[in-house]
Design a binder for this molecule. Sequence first.
Ligand SMILES: *Cc1c(COP(=O)(O)O)cnc(C)c1O
Length: 405
Amino acid sequence: MRHSPHLRAPHLRARAEIDLAALRSNVRALSARVAPGGAALMAVVKADAYGHGMVESARAARQAGARWLGTATPHEALALRAAGIEGPLMCWLWTPGDPWLPCVEADIDVSVSDLWALAEVRDAARRAGRTARVQLKADTGLGRSGCQPADWTELVATALAGQAAGELTVTGLWSHLACADEPGHPSIDAQLDRFHEMAEHAEKAGVEPEVRHIANSAAALTLPRTHFDLVRVGIALYGISPSPDIGRPEDFGLRPVMTLSASLAQVKGVPAGHGVGYGHTHTTGHDTTLGLVPAGYADGIPRQASGHGPLLIEGETAWRRVAGRVAMDQFTVDLGGATLAPGSRALLFGPGDRGEPTAQDWADAAGTIAYEIVTRIGPRVPRVFLNESTTPTDARGSWEAAWSR
Ligand SMILES: *Cc1c(COP(=O)(O)O)cnc(C)c1O
């Protein structure tokens, strides 16, 4: 792993605290939301669990009752198995020549959208002497991965030939929505109609899927008719709303899991009229103090948030903002004359308990989505895992303990 799961060093340049009690509580809240309709939960932990640490997040999600785990690439799924994580696990983003054989041997559900992929998985199953678990993906209108309706009949028939030969079992039928975060968008029902048709066609041909699924976080939260047997939840697991338009995390009983902070590396007085940072895009309006935050775009702080990104400095109550440009490793904040001690902590984003900004606030400042803010926090930022045990812990209490360390 690229970051230590048990890092506890109190004095860090920058750190991303990962509150696993909050993650477990989000899993329970999401499960409770979809369980009445009979759907199970897939915890999507691709992209290092959206920057939160894949193995630790996957373990926490399982502890809290997530039946399935999902990743994009087969390499991510194999890394979960290598860490000893068992049980239902699916990956969906395949390229010719990818590691089908180890995935078949590791009992990972593989997604197939094309005949080439079916040929590669059938070959791997024959070599492994095992039955592969294959989920067929339909493109019901997203226009990204998945099998077009016109090609579906042949894909299903070829998969059933592989099933008859004992090479594979079709374990699932699935698809993905384009506009689930815009409730009322006409594409949602159009995609659902198509999914029903394509699933029905496959089932009439002889497929007996264990699971049918199409919902992501937004659909899991707002569109019960999309839940089927399983919802694939990513961003909501990490306590972030898929879109501010559908609600805030707390509206859904969710709590942000990541708190990003840094320790001021320098605090110094400068005169009025002093340029700040590359390009001198900011100039001090009066005699002031500048704080140096030792984190930059190499750490995932978006350069697009130059001049805008918000932060709350320990001991203060009002946000301050990035002054000038975000550089690769650092940026400056105008402290307005305050003489803070070097080493003072600056909270870039977190759950908001102390009035600090959230990942959504950074997304707004950078003109992007909160998914990108957390996912891009880089490998140079240590993840510090809080509340790894399953003993019930008050997440707020643990966060405050982290603050005062
Ligand atoms: C990333 C991903 C998800 C999770 O999406 P969220 O909006 O984060 O819940 C679900 N399904 C697929 C196919 C994905 O790629």
